[in-house]
Design a protein. Structure first.
Length: 111
């Protein structure tokens, strides 16, 4: 596991944001964010990582892996998702998100 604090700081700085701006958008305190970026937080919670992934526009799995949580490999995910996913083949992360959103839409219409 590399120094993920630098990664979080680079994400924030790439968007030219202050810690307080990230706090306001994610409801994660700027003190916690500062400790995260300095490497003082050893393993942030999955909920915090999800909030930050959504805000920064990066994959939740990438953040989970960066901080040391075990993350199933893409092949394992495809195997678990059944034959349809296997027939589709390799898809991008954006395509996967779009497919999941469409599936949610279809399921919501059936209710």
């Amino acid at each position: 596991m590399e120094n993920y604090g630098e990664y979080f700081k680079a994400l924030r700085e790439s968007k030219q944001l202050t810690l307080r701006e990230v706090e306001k958008a994610t409801d994660v305190s700027n003190a916690y964010l500062s400790q995260l970026e300095s490497g003082k937080i050893k393993q942030p919670s999955p909920l915090t990582l999800h909030k930050l992934a959504s805000f920064y526009g990066v994959s939740y799995e990438v953040l989970m892996e960066k901080v040391g949580y075990p993350v199933p490999q893409k092949e394992e995910k495809l195997a678990k998702s059944g034959a349809a996913a296997y027939r589709i083949g390799e898809i991008t992360e954006d395509e996967e998100v779009e497919l999941l959103n469409y599936l949610k839409f279809i399921r919501s219409r059936k209710k």
